[in-house]
Design a protein around this ligand. Structure first.
Ligand code: ZN
Length: 188
């Protein structure tokens, strides 16, 4: 068992490791604490069903004050670009946002994943098809995900995400999903 101080350092080191791989200054500036719901010691787990591959996954990714490398790696693989098979590390802070959304909404349903990591190839293809996809989308950096919940309306999910103040939140009424990311706090 690690000392509390070491645990916090381990926790931060995982996040630092991820941030180091990204556009440094921009990424560091984007990290806002916002509202945290899960306790520092509480186990964090996520359940997903992928709307394109129909795969299910339930996995703990944080326990005893530290991220679980195996859990993160399983999640990263599940959230790969399903069109090309390309994998990319996902910002652990994105998983924490989803875990806190699960707590905030008291949802018992898995997150339905519409889109998570997008390779440059997929992003360019979606842009050409005029799908309202941004050129510098945070999906390209593993810092954004589009989700919905079967037992919580997407407008309520959006409200819960806005309340967290932990990054960007987009609400897409027609296709019925919410985009959350670990960028600047903003909404659309
Ligand atoms: Zn999105």
């Amino acid at each position: 068992m690690l000392s509390p101080r070491l645990e916090v350092e381990t926790h931060c080191a995982t996040r630092r490791l991820f941030l180091r791989g990204m556009a440094g200054a921009l990424a560091a500036a984007a990290v806002a604490p916002g509202r945290l719901l899960a306790g520092p010691k509480e186990e964090r787990l996520l359940s997903f069903v992928h709307t394109h591959t129909h795969e299910h996954l339930t996995v703990p990714y944080f326990a005893d004050g530290a991220y679980l490398p195996e859990g993160l790696s399983t999640l990263n693989s599940f959230l790969k670009d399903f069109r090309t098979g390309d994998e990319h590390p996902i910002d652990p802070a994105l998983y924490d946002i989803l875990n806190d959304l699960r707590l905030a909404t008291a949802s018992k349903s898995p997150f339905q994943v519409i889109s998570a990591y997008r390779s440059p190839h997929t992003n360019a293809m979606l842009r050409e098809n005029g799908r309202g996809v941004a050129k510098g989308s945070l999906h390209l950096q593993g810092r954004a995900i589009d989700v919905r919940l079967a037992d919580v309306g997407s407008a309520s999910l959006r409200d819960a995400a806005v309340e967290l103040q932990r990054g960007g939140v987009g609400y897409y009424r027609g296709p019925d999903f919410v985009h959350v990311d670990t960028g600047r706090v903003r909404r659309w």
